[in-house]
Design a protein around this ligand. Sequence first.
Ligand code: HEM
Length: 151
Amino acid sequence: MSPEALRRVRESYASFAPRMPELTAAFYRRLFARRPDLRPLFRDDLTLQERHLAASLELIALNLAMLDALEEPLRQLGADHARAGVRAADYPPVVETLLEVIGEALAGVPASSDASRAESAADWRRLLEAVGRHMLAGATRVEPDRPAARP
Ligand code: HEM
């Protein structure tokens, strides 16, 4: 990513980070409405679940300057997800729901133009898709015949 794109992602993250609890609630509400089968993968306690969105976005926004250096840790994270029963087909709904919530968060940032919001949204898409690719590359390391955590 270009230095400008890195700056835009970091700035947009800082602009919506204070609203993380409501964004998190919106993310899970939508994800589980769309994919109720994913609900059992997450812990029952909703407050612990919040860690997922916050941890993911923080991981990405704060470390993206070294996305290359993150390749191996992201592969590891992908392998851990696969061991927990997350499948490749689960990534698109999670990534799309995240992008939707991020898009709406950007829309709520005062003093930003439509053009800069569209640019930030495109940056986030590129970034999350790259993260997903690295994670899925790691997921293939997990024994393919290992049973998933859910049927
Ligand atoms: C978009 C790429 C994703 C990123 C960057 C990501 C990132 C993370 C991170 C940082 C954690 C926390 C690990 C920890 O607490 O030590 C986590 C946990 C988890 N992730 Fe993901 N994840 C992604 C995609 C997915 C997908 C597609 C699923 C499938 C539903 C998923 C399900 C989970 C679950 C179930 C946990 C454990 C949450 C809990 O403790 O209840 N993740 N993820």
